[in-house]
Design a protein around this ligand. Structure first.
Ligand SMILES: C[S@@+](CC[C@H](N)C(=O)[O-])C[C@H]1O[C@@H](n2cnc3c(N)ncnc32)[C@H](O)[C@@H]1O
Length: 230
């Protein structure tokens, strides 16, 4: 059965929304993203039981709002100068803030000059589009916590996409101080299908596949992944 994908919900730095079709198909009913960000892989496979986790409250409050308050989305403001002037729930602010600029690593407060005349940023058009797509994700669950606080006893498709070691410093919770050794040991205890992502500069994990997108071959950074089944 052909299912239309969920289009980009959060414009997020490092999002896998475009690359999602190039990763292995999920083999389990449940997808867990311990480093959810914009949840590009889950947006592509939205009809699965999806569990999103992220240490960032900005990220998870935006997903929570989308999942639990979708009926309010059509009433969110689009004409304003600064996010701080809006009297709306924090999750709604963060949903808007991640859509004011391209590929943000944290929320923005004002629209970029370019974003003001561009429908792919927060606008009436994008609000309607996100509202339509939110119907598909209303069965998802989202939680704000560290990856090592997630229950790992059940097999699932685990999509592991931590901050890049070299270029992942720009997130509020990024590569600086991140314990990649701890993550590698944690991954060893997971059961099911484990897809681990990184790029060619990452040394914490031995990746065996390059993502085969034509555009990315021209770039310096090459997206990599490994798939483990156990
Ligand atoms: C590369 S981004 C994920 C991008 C995502 N796959 C997408 O498609 O948009 C990495 C995410 O890891 C989160 N993060 C960083 N440290 C974390 C930790 N210890 N536990 C859970 N999440 C963490 C960051 O907040 C960030 O959202």
């Amino acid at each position: 059965m052909k299912r239309d994908r969920v289009r980009r919900i959060l414009s997020y730095y490092g999002s896998k929304i475009k690359l999602a079709p190039n990763y292995p198909q999920p083999k389990f009913d449940k997808i867990v993203e311990p480093f959810a960000g914009g949840a590009g892989y889950s947006c592509f496979h939205w009809y699965k039981k999806v569990e999103l986790y992220d240490i960032s409250h900005e990220v998870i409050s935006a997903w929570d709002y989308l999942i639990k308050n979708r009926d309010q989305i059509p009433f969110l403001p689009v004409d304003f100068n600064h996010l701080d002037e809006l009297v709306i729930p924090i999750g709604a602010k963060n949903l808007i803030g991640f859509n004011l600029n391209a590929a943000s690593a944290s929320i923005c407060k004002i629209k970029s000059v370019w974003g003001r005349n561009n429908n792919s940023f927060w606008s009436r058009y994008l609000r309607k589009r996100i509202y339509e797509d939110s119907e598909k994700v209303k069965h998802w669950k989202s939680h704000c916590c560290r990856f090592d606080e997630i229950k790992t006893d059940e097999p699932a498709t685990w999509f592991i996409d931590p901050p890049y070691q070299k270029n992942g410093f720009c997130y509020k919770f990024g590569s600086v101080g991140f314990d990649y050794n701890k993550l590698r040991s944690w991954i060893e205890n997971l059961k099911g299908q484990i897809i681990v992502c990184g790029n060619n500069y990452d040394t914490w994990f031995e990746f065996d596949n390059e993502i085969g997108s034509k555009n990315q071959k021209k770039q310096d950074n090459i997206e990599m992944f490994s798939e483990i089944i156990k």
